[in-house]
Design a protein around this ligand. Structure first.
Ligand code: GLU
Length: 502
């Protein structure tokens, strides 16, 4: 492919909120298309609605893309030949083209006040008509317009949409889409404060930045005829348009933040792996074939094609994401997993946040085999294993007593278990799951009890909880000293006759 035909696509977020999975889904498809075709992925910040800019959201956009490895070839921070890539820094450009549209009769100045527009809307609502501008200013005499502009009267610039006929475009996913011009509003292009609206800035930039494919969510479909008119009036070639189907919740409502679409950074903080999130999002509305579910980033790039993007809405299923994340966690090299877990132990307050003591780092590495098969998110690591990092286990002593056992029986079992475990702790290196397991099974036999309740008692004594990673591996990692101390403490709790609930 020659350079001239290499696709140029863009992700054009507005910094009006933190990017959620739906936003980044669009970014991902654009990025995959660019990487697959050897094209260019542009990041453009559409910050023309200054009132709605949310502090921190710009950084969140960068961070979300970076975390997922969706690097941009042109845009903020990296620059490029078509900058600036912030619309707020391009106001004179939009102004120039708006003037050009006025000169060619495809746009006009509108002096209608907010009050008049509000009255108009109210009247239309009362008549159950869709709210739209009545084109009052479209036929003002040129001399009057010039005079009012000279007098500094506030005004907007509107698109002069043809009153009859139709506007059509070809959508890559849906085919031909046609709108009746009579139903298209005379869209404001430049607001009275001189700032462009989304439509004006978006079209001008897509053209000037050489965007070949406009690929975005289908909530923009109804804007596209206005854009098509702008291209035509400015004498520009149309890009290819493709509108991705919306994402749905599992109850088939439109996915939104309010309906549980998580922010990308929230997924990161909950311990999803970027490779799992990418794989999962890529399969929302796209599939390489009928069956493949696990695809690495490289495989996604290799196999991605717009032809296989479906036109029906895809369902965002958090359970599937959990499953996939668990799969990716199991595939990680244990040391890699350990290093990814360290920040989660820090966040949980189990490891100091400023520096990681070597002993704690090594503890995390030793824990990995106990949890790698069990956790679905990194955050579950510290949840499941916090008792390794603290000795002040707080638990209800009643939990120590197995169902149907008496306090005396429990005490006796704990004492005998303690004695045998102590015997296995010499030398300390001998304190291994492979030795502890048969010893405790033998004890259960001798006591004439099932292993379940006996191990349950020991589990509570050693971990403070009833559900924990495998008991004997836990003891091994904890080491003989801490294991025996914990059993002693449990014995004391019971022997002290502390009130025990039935
Ligand atoms: N700024 C728009 C958004 O926030 C871009 C829409 C488009 O891609 O044209 O989604």
């Amino acid at each position: 492919m020659g350079d001239a035909v290499r696709p140029r696509v863009r992700y054009a977020p507005s910094p009006t909120g933190f990017p959620h999975v739906g936003n980044i889904h669009t970014a991902l498809f654009n990025w995959l298309f660019a990487r697959h075709t050897g094209g260019t992925f542009i990041l453009r910040i559409e910050d023309t609605d200054q009132d709605r800019v949310v502090p921190g959201s710009l950084e969140a956009i960068y961070e979300s893309l970076r975390w997922l490895g969706l690097t941009w070839d042109e845009g903020p921070e990296v620059g490029g030949p078509f900058g600036p890539y912030f619309q707020s820094e391009r106001l004179p450009i939009y102004r120039t083209y708006a003037e050009q549209l006025i000169a060619s009769g495809h746009a006009y100045r509108c002096f209608c006040t907010e009050e008049r527009l509000a009255r108009l809307r109210a009247a239309q609502e009362a008549r159950k008509e869709p709210p739209r501008y009545d084109r009052f200013c479209r036929s003002l005499p040129a001399a009057e317009v010039a005079g009012r502009v000279r007098a500094g009267e506030p005004h907007v610039i509107r698109l002069a949409v043809p009153e009859t006929g139709e506007t059509s475009f070809h959508d890559l996913l849906r085919g031909e889409i046609t709108f009746k011009n009579a139903l298209i509003d005379d869209q404001v292009l430049i607001k009275s404060d001189g700032w462009p609206t989304y439509h004006m800035a978006n079209v001008v930039d897509d053209h000037l930045m050489g965007v070949t494919h406009v690929l975005r969510g289908d909530e923009w479909i109804s804007s596209t005829p206005k854009h098509v008119l702008l291209y035509r009036f400015l004498g520009w070639d149309l890009p290819v348009f493709g509108h991705f189907p919306i994402l749905l919740t599992t109850s088939r409502a439109k996915l939104s933040k309010r309906r549980g679409a998580p922010d990308i950074l929230e997924l990161r903080d909950r311990g999803y792996l970027p490779e799992a999130v990418i794989n999962f999002l890529a399969l929302l509305g796209w599939a390489p074939d009928e069956k493949t579910e696990i695809l690495s980033r490289d495989e996604l790039i290799q196999r991605f094609s717009l032809e296989r993007v479906g036109a029906t809405p895809a369902v965002y299923n958090p359970e599937k994401l959990d499953w996939m994340n668990g799969y990716y966690i199991r595939q990680l090299a244990p040391d890699d997993l350990a290093e990814r877990l360290v920040p989660f132990y820090q966040r949980a307050g189990l490891i100091p946040s400023d520096s990681v003591p070597a002993a704690m780092r090594s503890l995390v590495h030793r824990l990995v085999p106990l949890i790698q098969e069990r956790i679905k998110t990194l955050a579950e690591g510290p949840e499941l294993t916090d008792f390794f990092f603290r000795d002040d286990l707080v638990y209800d002593p009643a939990l120590l007593i197995a169902k149907g056992w008496s306090r005396e029986q429990t005490l006796d079992a704990l004492r005998q278990a303690r004695a045998r475990l102590a015997a296995l702790a010499r030398p300390p290196e001998a304190f291994q799951a492979a030795a502890l397991d048969p010893a405790m099974r033998a004890l259960a036999d001798e006591l004439g009890v099932k292993t379940g309740p006996l191990f349950g008692v020991l589990r509570v004594a050693v971990t403070g909880r009833t559900v924990a990673p495998p008991l004997f591996q836990t003891m091994e990692v904890l080491g003989p000293v801490r294991t025996l101390e914990r059993i002693d403490r449990a014995i004391n709790l019971l022997a002290a006759g502390l009130p025990v609930a039935d």
